[in-house]
Design a protein around this ligand. Structure first.
Ligand code: NAP
Length: 289
Protein backbone atom coordinates (compact mmCIF):
# COMPACT_ATOMS: atom_id res chain seq x y z
CA UNK A 1 0.00 0.00 0.00
CA UNK A 2 1.17 3.53 -0.73
CA UNK A 3 2.76 5.18 2.30
CA UNK A 4 0.34 7.49 4.05
CA UNK A 5 -2.66 6.44 1.93
CA UNK A 6 -5.37 3.89 2.47
CA UNK A 7 -6.95 1.60 -0.09
CA UNK A 8 -10.72 1.34 0.15
CA UNK A 9 -13.67 0.04 -1.83
CA UNK A 10 -13.31 2.80 -4.39
CA UNK A 11 -9.57 2.33 -4.98
CA UNK A 12 -8.68 1.53 -8.58
CA UNK A 13 -6.01 -1.14 -9.01
CA UNK A 14 -3.28 -1.47 -11.64
CA UNK A 15 -0.05 -3.42 -11.43
CA UNK A 16 2.69 -5.43 -13.06
CA UNK A 17 2.90 -9.15 -13.77
CA UNK A 18 6.35 -10.70 -13.88
CA UNK A 19 8.34 -13.66 -12.62
CA UNK A 20 10.19 -12.62 -10.55
CA UNK A 21 8.75 -9.15 -10.02
CA UNK A 22 10.19 -7.89 -6.76
CA UNK A 23 12.92 -5.86 -8.52
CA UNK A 24 10.44 -3.94 -10.68
CA UNK A 25 10.84 -0.16 -10.43
CA UNK A 26 7.34 0.50 -11.80
CA UNK A 27 5.48 0.39 -8.44
CA UNK A 28 7.66 3.24 -7.11
CA UNK A 29 7.06 5.37 -10.23
CA UNK A 30 3.31 4.84 -10.49
CA UNK A 31 2.49 5.04 -6.79
CA UNK A 32 4.46 8.30 -6.53
CA UNK A 33 2.37 9.63 -9.43
CA UNK A 34 -0.94 8.60 -7.79
CA UNK A 35 0.12 10.16 -4.54
CA UNK A 36 1.22 13.42 -6.17
CA UNK A 37 -2.10 13.74 -8.01
CA UNK A 38 -4.06 12.58 -4.92
CA UNK A 39 -5.66 9.83 -6.99
CA UNK A 40 -7.43 6.91 -5.33
CA UNK A 41 -5.37 4.37 -7.29
CA UNK A 42 -2.72 1.83 -6.32
CA UNK A 43 -0.08 -0.05 -8.37
CA UNK A 44 0.68 -3.59 -7.16
CA UNK A 45 3.43 -6.03 -8.20
CA UNK A 46 2.01 -9.50 -8.99
CA UNK A 47 4.43 -12.42 -9.14
CA UNK A 48 2.85 -14.81 -11.65
CA UNK A 49 4.55 -18.01 -12.81
CA UNK A 50 4.29 -18.77 -16.56
CA UNK A 51 1.79 -21.63 -16.10
CA UNK A 52 -0.53 -19.33 -14.12
CA UNK A 53 -0.80 -16.64 -16.82
CA UNK A 54 -4.24 -17.74 -18.17
CA UNK A 55 -5.77 -17.77 -14.67
CA UNK A 56 -4.08 -14.50 -13.70
CA UNK A 57 -5.51 -12.77 -16.78
CA UNK A 58 -8.96 -14.11 -15.96
CA UNK A 59 -8.37 -12.63 -12.50
CA UNK A 60 -7.62 -9.21 -14.00
CA UNK A 61 -11.12 -9.29 -15.49
CA UNK A 62 -12.99 -10.79 -12.55
CA UNK A 63 -11.30 -8.56 -9.96
CA UNK A 64 -11.94 -5.43 -12.02
CA UNK A 65 -8.25 -4.54 -12.25
CA UNK A 66 -7.96 -1.55 -14.60
CA UNK A 67 -4.80 -2.75 -16.30
CA UNK A 68 -1.39 -4.30 -15.85
CA UNK A 69 2.12 -3.95 -17.13
CA UNK A 70 3.69 -7.18 -18.32
CA UNK A 71 7.36 -7.88 -17.87
CA UNK A 72 9.85 -10.72 -18.32
CA UNK A 73 9.11 -13.59 -19.02
CA UNK A 74 5.47 -12.94 -20.01
CA UNK A 75 5.70 -10.30 -22.75
CA UNK A 76 5.03 -12.82 -25.52
CA UNK A 77 3.08 -15.56 -23.76
CA UNK A 78 0.17 -13.31 -22.69
CA UNK A 79 -0.79 -12.68 -26.31
CA UNK A 80 -3.07 -15.71 -26.93
CA UNK A 81 -5.28 -14.65 -23.99
CA UNK A 82 -5.96 -11.08 -25.16
CA UNK A 83 -9.04 -9.92 -27.11
CA UNK A 84 -7.05 -7.47 -29.18
CA UNK A 85 -3.46 -6.37 -29.79
CA UNK A 86 -2.21 -3.03 -31.09
CA UNK A 87 -0.27 -2.39 -34.29
CA UNK A 88 2.86 -1.78 -32.16
CA UNK A 89 2.46 -5.23 -30.60
CA UNK A 90 2.16 -6.77 -34.07
CA UNK A 91 5.39 -5.07 -35.12
CA UNK A 92 7.34 -5.59 -31.90
CA UNK A 93 5.98 -9.04 -31.06
CA UNK A 94 5.65 -8.27 -27.35
CA UNK A 95 3.08 -6.80 -24.95
CA UNK A 96 4.11 -4.62 -22.02
CA UNK A 97 0.76 -3.05 -21.10
CA UNK A 98 -2.75 -4.48 -20.86
CA UNK A 99 -5.95 -2.46 -20.55
CA UNK A 100 -9.03 -4.16 -19.13
CA UNK A 101 -11.69 -2.55 -21.29
CA UNK A 102 -14.92 -3.70 -19.55
CA UNK A 103 -13.84 -7.34 -19.63
CA UNK A 104 -11.94 -7.20 -22.93
CA UNK A 105 -8.18 -7.30 -22.51
CA UNK A 106 -6.29 -5.10 -24.97
CA UNK A 107 -2.55 -5.63 -25.38
CA UNK A 108 -0.27 -2.68 -26.11
CA UNK A 109 3.42 -1.91 -26.12
CA UNK A 110 4.56 1.45 -24.73
CA UNK A 111 8.31 0.86 -25.23
CA UNK A 112 8.42 2.38 -28.73
CA UNK A 113 6.39 5.42 -27.70
CA UNK A 114 8.45 5.69 -24.52
CA UNK A 115 11.66 5.72 -26.55
CA UNK A 116 10.32 8.40 -28.90
CA UNK A 117 9.06 10.51 -25.97
CA UNK A 118 12.49 10.23 -24.34
CA UNK A 119 14.15 11.76 -27.41
CA UNK A 120 12.01 14.90 -27.24
CA UNK A 121 12.76 17.28 -30.09
CA UNK A 122 15.41 14.92 -31.48
CA UNK A 123 12.80 12.23 -32.25
CA UNK A 124 12.10 13.28 -35.84
CA UNK A 125 14.63 11.58 -38.10
CA UNK A 126 14.23 13.48 -41.39
CA UNK A 127 16.35 10.81 -43.07
CA UNK A 128 19.20 10.98 -40.52
CA UNK A 129 20.97 7.69 -39.71
CA UNK A 130 20.39 5.78 -36.45
CA UNK A 131 22.81 2.95 -35.67
CA UNK A 132 21.25 0.23 -33.52
CA UNK A 133 23.67 -2.05 -31.73
CA UNK A 134 21.90 -5.32 -30.88
CA UNK A 135 18.88 -7.15 -32.30
CA UNK A 136 16.90 -8.43 -29.29
CA UNK A 137 13.61 -7.27 -27.78
CA UNK A 138 14.61 -3.68 -27.04
CA UNK A 139 16.29 -3.26 -30.46
CA UNK A 140 13.01 -4.30 -32.04
CA UNK A 141 11.01 -1.64 -30.15
CA UNK A 142 13.64 1.04 -30.87
CA UNK A 143 14.05 0.13 -34.55
CA UNK A 144 10.27 0.08 -35.04
CA UNK A 145 9.95 3.51 -33.43
CA UNK A 146 12.80 5.09 -35.37
CA UNK A 147 11.65 3.67 -38.70
CA UNK A 148 8.27 5.32 -38.18
CA UNK A 149 9.94 8.59 -37.12
CA UNK A 150 11.56 8.62 -40.59
CA UNK A 151 15.08 7.70 -39.56
CA UNK A 152 17.37 5.69 -41.80
CA UNK A 153 17.92 2.73 -39.45
CA UNK A 154 20.96 0.46 -39.61
CA UNK A 155 21.38 -2.55 -37.31
CA UNK A 156 24.52 -4.31 -36.25
CA UNK A 157 24.41 -7.45 -34.12
CA UNK A 158 26.80 -10.14 -32.91
CA UNK A 159 24.53 -12.74 -34.55
CA UNK A 160 23.97 -11.29 -37.99
CA UNK A 161 21.06 -13.62 -38.88
CA UNK A 162 19.07 -12.23 -35.95
CA UNK A 163 19.58 -8.65 -37.24
CA UNK A 164 18.48 -9.79 -40.70
CA UNK A 165 15.32 -11.40 -39.29
CA UNK A 166 14.50 -8.25 -37.36
CA UNK A 167 15.02 -6.00 -40.40
CA UNK A 168 12.96 -8.29 -42.62
CA UNK A 169 9.97 -8.41 -40.29
CA UNK A 170 9.94 -4.65 -39.62
CA UNK A 171 10.37 -3.89 -43.33
CA UNK A 172 7.41 -6.14 -44.16
CA UNK A 173 5.15 -4.18 -41.82
CA UNK A 174 6.84 -0.83 -42.55
CA UNK A 175 5.85 -0.20 -46.14
CA UNK A 176 6.30 3.48 -47.00
CA UNK A 177 9.14 3.98 -44.49
CA UNK A 178 12.91 3.77 -45.08
CA UNK A 179 13.93 0.12 -45.29
CA UNK A 180 15.99 -1.02 -42.29
CA UNK A 181 19.51 -2.11 -43.29
CA UNK A 182 21.89 -4.60 -41.67
CA UNK A 183 25.55 -3.61 -41.29
CA UNK A 184 27.87 -6.49 -42.05
CA UNK A 185 30.51 -7.71 -39.62
CA UNK A 186 33.58 -6.21 -41.23
CA UNK A 187 35.16 -3.18 -39.56
CA UNK A 188 35.11 -1.05 -42.72
CA UNK A 189 31.35 -1.43 -43.13
CA UNK A 190 30.77 -0.65 -39.44
CA UNK A 191 32.98 2.47 -39.58
CA UNK A 192 31.38 3.67 -42.82
CA UNK A 193 27.98 3.47 -41.12
CA UNK A 194 29.26 5.20 -37.97
CA UNK A 195 30.63 8.11 -40.01
CA UNK A 196 27.10 9.13 -41.01
CA UNK A 197 25.39 8.21 -37.72
CA UNK A 198 23.44 10.90 -35.82
CA UNK A 199 22.08 8.58 -33.14
CA UNK A 200 23.82 5.48 -31.75
CA UNK A 201 21.67 3.25 -29.50
CA UNK A 202 23.16 0.45 -27.42
CA UNK A 203 20.41 -2.20 -27.23
CA UNK A 204 22.62 -4.87 -25.64
CA UNK A 205 23.36 -5.56 -21.96
CA UNK A 206 27.06 -4.79 -22.53
CA UNK A 207 28.14 -2.56 -19.63
CA UNK A 208 25.18 -3.42 -17.42
CA UNK A 209 25.58 -4.21 -13.73
CA UNK A 210 27.42 -6.32 -12.55
CA UNK A 211 29.85 -6.46 -15.53
CA UNK A 212 30.16 -2.70 -15.77
CA UNK A 213 33.61 -2.45 -17.39
CA UNK A 214 32.53 -3.68 -20.86
CA UNK A 215 31.82 -1.46 -23.88
CA UNK A 216 30.31 -2.25 -27.31
CA UNK A 217 33.02 -3.22 -29.81
CA UNK A 218 32.70 -0.15 -32.05
CA UNK A 219 34.84 2.97 -32.57
CA UNK A 220 32.39 5.62 -31.45
CA UNK A 221 34.95 8.33 -32.18
CA UNK A 222 34.19 7.77 -35.88
CA UNK A 223 30.78 9.43 -35.44
CA UNK A 224 30.20 13.11 -36.22
CA UNK A 225 30.61 15.37 -33.15
CA UNK A 226 26.94 16.34 -33.19
CA UNK A 227 25.82 12.70 -32.65
CA UNK A 228 23.87 11.43 -29.65
CA UNK A 229 25.02 8.27 -27.88
CA UNK A 230 22.06 6.59 -26.18
CA UNK A 231 22.54 3.60 -23.89
CA UNK A 232 19.30 1.77 -22.95
CA UNK A 233 20.98 0.51 -19.78
CA UNK A 234 19.86 2.29 -16.59
CA UNK A 235 21.88 0.28 -14.06
CA UNK A 236 24.38 1.92 -13.84
CA UNK A 237 23.03 5.27 -15.00
CA UNK A 238 26.39 6.07 -16.59
CA UNK A 239 27.91 3.09 -18.39
CA UNK A 240 31.50 2.92 -19.62
CA UNK A 241 30.14 3.67 -23.10
CA UNK A 242 28.50 6.89 -21.90
CA UNK A 243 31.60 7.89 -19.89
CA UNK A 244 33.78 7.46 -22.98
CA UNK A 245 31.25 9.29 -25.18
CA UNK A 246 31.10 12.24 -22.77
CA UNK A 247 34.90 12.45 -22.71
CA UNK A 248 34.86 12.66 -26.51
CA UNK A 249 32.33 15.51 -26.33
CA UNK A 250 29.20 13.68 -27.51
CA UNK A 251 25.71 14.24 -26.12
CA UNK A 252 24.61 11.20 -24.10
CA UNK A 253 21.39 9.64 -22.80
CA UNK A 254 20.87 6.72 -20.44
CA UNK A 255 17.97 4.24 -20.27
CA UNK A 256 16.19 5.84 -17.31
CA UNK A 257 14.24 8.30 -19.44
CA UNK A 258 12.83 5.57 -21.70
CA UNK A 259 11.74 3.66 -18.60
CA UNK A 260 10.03 6.76 -17.21
CA UNK A 261 8.35 7.61 -20.51
CA UNK A 262 7.06 4.09 -21.23
CA UNK A 263 5.56 4.16 -17.72
CA UNK A 264 4.08 7.63 -18.30
CA UNK A 265 2.45 6.36 -21.49
CA UNK A 266 0.89 3.38 -19.63
CA UNK A 267 -0.27 5.72 -16.85
CA UNK A 268 -2.02 7.94 -19.41
CA UNK A 269 -3.66 4.97 -21.15
CA UNK A 270 -5.12 3.65 -17.89
CA UNK A 271 -6.09 6.88 -16.16
CA UNK A 272 -6.76 9.14 -19.18
CA UNK A 273 -4.86 11.83 -17.29
CA UNK A 274 -1.55 13.48 -18.09
CA UNK A 275 1.25 11.69 -16.24
CA UNK A 276 3.29 13.72 -13.74
CA UNK A 277 6.52 12.81 -15.52
CA UNK A 278 8.78 14.82 -13.17
CA UNK A 279 7.37 12.98 -10.15
CA UNK A 280 7.80 9.59 -11.86
CA UNK A 281 11.37 10.42 -12.91
CA UNK A 282 12.28 11.54 -9.39
CA UNK A 283 10.82 8.33 -7.90
CA UNK A 284 12.72 6.18 -10.38
CA UNK A 285 16.02 7.98 -9.91
CA UNK A 286 15.73 7.73 -6.14
CA UNK A 287 15.63 3.91 -6.59
CA UNK A 288 18.61 3.95 -8.98
CA UNK A 289 21.01 6.24 -7.13
P1 NAP B 1 17.70 -9.32 -25.44
O1 NAP B 1 16.38 -9.43 -26.09
O2 NAP B 1 18.22 -10.46 -24.64
O3 NAP B 1 18.80 -8.96 -26.59
C1 NAP B 1 20.14 -8.78 -26.24
C2 NAP B 1 20.95 -8.35 -27.47
O4 NAP B 1 22.27 -8.05 -27.00
C3 NAP B 1 21.08 -9.40 -28.54
O5 NAP B 1 21.10 -8.76 -29.79
C4 NAP B 1 22.42 -10.03 -28.23
O6 NAP B 1 23.10 -10.54 -29.37
C5 NAP B 1 23.20 -8.85 -27.74
N1 NAP B 1 24.29 -9.22 -26.84
C6 NAP B 1 24.18 -9.75 -25.60
N2 NAP B 1 25.39 -9.93 -25.06
C7 NAP B 1 26.29 -9.54 -25.99
C8 NAP B 1 27.71 -9.48 -26.03
N3 NAP B 1 28.44 -9.88 -24.99
N4 NAP B 1 28.30 -9.01 -27.15
C9 NAP B 1 27.56 -8.59 -28.20
N5 NAP B 1 26.22 -8.62 -28.23
C10 NAP B 1 25.59 -9.08 -27.13
O7 NAP B 1 17.76 -8.07 -24.45
P2 NAP B 1 16.87 -6.72 -24.51
O8 NAP B 1 15.58 -6.96 -23.82
O9 NAP B 1 16.88 -6.19 -25.88
O10 NAP B 1 17.69 -5.76 -23.52
C11 NAP B 1 18.96 -5.22 -23.88
C12 NAP B 1 19.36 -4.13 -22.90
O11 NAP B 1 18.42 -3.06 -22.95
C13 NAP B 1 19.38 -4.58 -21.43
O12 NAP B 1 20.48 -3.99 -20.80
C14 NAP B 1 18.10 -4.02 -20.85
O13 NAP B 1 18.21 -3.72 -19.47
C15 NAP B 1 17.95 -2.74 -21.65
N6 NAP B 1 16.57 -2.30 -21.76
C16 NAP B 1 16.25 -1.05 -21.30
C17 NAP B 1 14.96 -0.59 -21.41
C18 NAP B 1 14.61 0.79 -20.90
O14 NAP B 1 13.43 1.11 -20.74
N7 NAP B 1 15.59 1.63 -20.68
C19 NAP B 1 13.96 -1.38 -22.01
C20 NAP B 1 14.32 -2.66 -22.47
C21 NAP B 1 15.63 -3.10 -22.34
P3 NAP B 1 22.80 -12.01 -29.99
O15 NAP B 1 21.57 -11.85 -30.84
O16 NAP B 1 24.02 -12.31 -30.75
O17 NAP B 1 22.57 -12.92 -28.81
Amino acid sequence: MVKGRLTRGTTKVVGVMGFPVKHSLSPAMHNAAFEALEMDWVYVPFEVSPEDIPEALKGVKSLGIIGVNVTVPHKENVMPYLSEISEDVHRIGAVNTIINDRGKLRGLNTDSVGFVRSLGKEAEGNGRTAFIYGAGGSARAVASALQRQKWRVVIHNRTRERAEMLARSLNESGAGYNQIEVVSDNATAVNDALQVTSLFVNCTPIGMHPIVDQVPAVEIRNMPYSSIIYDLIYHPLETQLLKAAKQLGYRTMNGAEMLVQQGAEAFELWTEQKAPVDVMRKALLSCLT
